[in-house]
Design a protein. Sequence first.
Length: 189
Amino acid sequence: MSNSGLQGVISEQFSLLKSLQHLNLSFNNLYGAVPDSLTNLSSLRVLDLSGNHLDSPFPEALCMAGSLTLRYDAMNGDPCNGKSPEKKSVLLKIVVAVPVVIVALLACTLTVFCFCRKQVPSVLPGCANLPCPKSHEDYKGHVHTSDSREFTYAELVAITNNFSTCIGEGGYGPVFHGELKDGTQVAVK
């Protein structure tokens, strides 16, 4: 009965043909649901429904019949699991969209956080109004360099009078005035 111009729904009358082994209804103009009554055809070995406009899903017993070869068009989805391409497409869009939206929200949150957080002042409050010498010449030739010496934190606190006099801001942070025990004036960074 393939390509024989059949139109409409599949007739329930096919279920009366108990000895039917091969039913080829392909390439007709059939539409609607596949009747449950076809599952009663215990001798049926091949059912070809391809080339029609049938609704999904097919009856579950028909899909589960291990001895039956079922042919159909996959263009409308797998009729044995009931998922049409439209449903799969929507599911795919959701699966893709949710992570994209989450990443976009995280990026926006991070951007807002970076721009809105309180900026650390580039000059310490105690250093803002102090004059800062532009070069060693401002010290009228009294700049003395010597070998480096390491100091403990406690010694630095004592030398700078608890970091009380900020004399400028350098690339690595504030610079404080200090005085060694021998009276030598130093800058402590």
